[in-house]
Design a protein around this ligand. Structure first.
Ligand code: ZN
Length: 325
């Protein structure tokens, strides 16, 4: 089969031939790949940023956002049948595409506990990229939505790849009023179209903080979901939390600097979020089947992987790039 492999760090990926994976244990599932999302993490892998974390042996097949059809299964697999359309939770006990062979390929081996059967209405190309970016956004927003009541306020910082999913999820499962902040006017236009109640342009001077306070009667929002956490976003973000409110951190890069007396006197909470569970992905697939969460995708053939990577690096991809074998 054809595969796209990492052959060395700071080197271009290469197309190669590899043997098809085989069933070797009772709970193995082999998936015929229908679509593999191209993620910024893939670029970070090529740059070597994951080398010490994943300890993978090169060369290996990249691609961690995968969907397709069940091609073969071990004798102990009961949750899917051969031919079923499935999306793959990114984590098995390994992380295909990060530390074992992934989905920039025609076939991928995973386990019964990582496959989720898709609604017949959904196609692998519609959902593959929800396996990571969408799952991460869902996990954080669903956590916030469990506490938010109708009439409460939620502020989302960043309306890009994760944020545009987060907006759709919050509007689908919560009655809270949603305020979205982004520095890019086009991203705000998209946010409004996806159901944001208020959009505010971000700025270096932090003038948007006052606008949030005005919208919330001077109190701030019950939840802040920060998809950025870089470039000073947490510094202004903490000024928008209501007393006893929650600050959900999804993006990462900078340090949060808040005097501890401010934390105790207001009883605010800081909450970390990392990818999401199997149940999170199952619930996200329900919203996708109901048409409540949609992903904009740009489709590339597997052999055009370099163009997909280059377009992503250059910021030329609308929505998410998808490789189709
Ligand atoms: Zn990803």
């Amino acid at each position: 089969m054809r595969v796209v492999r990492v052959v060395g760090y700071h080197k271009n990926l290469e197309l190669a031939e590899a043997p098809e994976p085989q069933i070797t244990s009772a709970l193995d599932v082999i998936v015929k790949i229908g679509a593999a999302g191209v993620c910024r993490t893939d670029i970070h892998i090529i740059e070597g940023q994951w080398a010490d974390k994943s300890n993978v042996t090169l060369p290996y097949t990249i691609g961690h956002e995968n969907a397709g059809w069940v091609h073969a299964k071990g004798e102990g697999v009961t949750n899917v049948e051969v031919g079923d359309k499935v999306i793959l939770h990114p984590l098995v006990t390994t992380f295909p595409g990060i530390n074992v062979d992934g989905g920039y390929a025609e076939y991928l081996k995973t386990g019964a506990r990582s496959v989720i059967k898709l609604d017949p209405k959904l196609e692998p190309t519609d959902v593959a990229a929800l396996a990571d970016a969408g799952l991460t956004a869902y996990h954080a927003v669903a956590k916030a939505a469990r506490k938010l009541r109708p009439g409460d306020f939620c502020v989302m910082i960043g309306a890009g790849g994760l944020g545009h999913i987060g907006i759709q999820v919050l509007k689908a499962i919560s009655g809270a009023t949603l305020i979205v902040i982004d520095r890019n006017p086009d991203a705000l236009k998209l946010a409004k179209g996806l159901g944001a109640d208020h959009t505010i342009e971000g700025s270096e001077d932090g003038a948007f903080v006052q606008k949030v306070l005005d919208l919330t009667g001077g109190k701030g929002a019950e939840a802040i979901i920060d998809f950025v956490a870089e470039g000073g976003s947490t510094k202004t973000g903490v000024k928008m939390i209501r007393r006893a409110g929650d600050y959900y951190i999804v993006g990462y890069g900078e340090e949060i600097q808040v005097p501890t007396i401010d934390i105790i006197s207001t009883e605010i909470n800081f909450i970390g979020n990392l990818v999401g569970s199997y149940n999170d992905l199952t619930e996200l697939m329900v919203l996708a089947a109901q048409g409540k969460v949609k992903l904009h995708t740009s489709i590339y053939k597997l052999e055009d992987f370099q163009k997909a990577i280059d377009d992503l690096s250059a910021g030329k991809v609308r929505g998410r790039a998808i490789l189709v074998p």
